[in-house]
Write a protein of this length. Sequence first.
Length: 302
Amino acid sequence: MRETEKLRASLHRPNEPFSMARPALIENPNVINENHAAISISPALRQEDLRNKKKTESITDTIRLLKKIKEDSIRSIIQKNSFEKDRKKRSGLTIYTLVTPSLSFQRVSPISNDDVVIEKLNSPPVLSIDRLGISIEAGIQGNISKRWQYIAGVSFYHQSQRMHYEQQSADHVVVESDEQMSYTVRPGTIQNSFNYTMCNIGIQGGLLYTLAQHGLVHKAGIVLHYQKGLQREGENEVYNNATSSYLNYQLLYRIEYAFNLKMNLFIQPSYMHSVVANESLEAPFRLKQSRAGIGIGIVYSF
């Protein structure tokens, strides 16, 4: 209190006007310098604070962006793994159906001890309706490893052909002569034909190997077919399909297009050849058949 009263007394003396005491406050250099320093420093501090704030916001945005990218990457990886697991799960066991139009070709093996000479087999042109047959297959397939699959199923094959051949005959002798009274005697030929109609049912099993699986899936495979004939012929026919059986091997190439996780459409060129042909054929030769075709099929995964 005493210091306050002294200060008041020094600021306001009775013999001096009150206004003369104010310069003491104005002339104080410390107060003036401090006020001007505060005024001059404040804008710089404000700008620095703004820069720091922007830097902080930028760092925060960057962290937020990196976090979002990381979350999206993790989500994408999880979805991809889920898709792969789902695809592998669905592709573990599938069923397939296949329809294959084909052209058949016969290889003739004459019987050497029957005293019959076959001149030729009158084959139709390569692209002929007389060679046409059709095969229908259905079965299952499953994974053995990453690239190997097994297939197994049943098949049906039908063709209707008429075989024509020429053979030598002693009953039709041909005598040829020239101007020098030279004669040549040779046996003539006769033409025979028979109905070679097949209606086979069978089973098959084999392996598929995946060559490429990016976009279109490419597979190659080998399949063994065992087929038994069902078609009975009349008494005068030399070929009886109902008592004939066949063991064939098939080489195939499959190209698959995936509609979705469950269903694929595929095109399958193939070549089939008879390894064993136990035919009821009363002809002076034996036949082994080969077939070439292009099939269209569907694979469905559960």
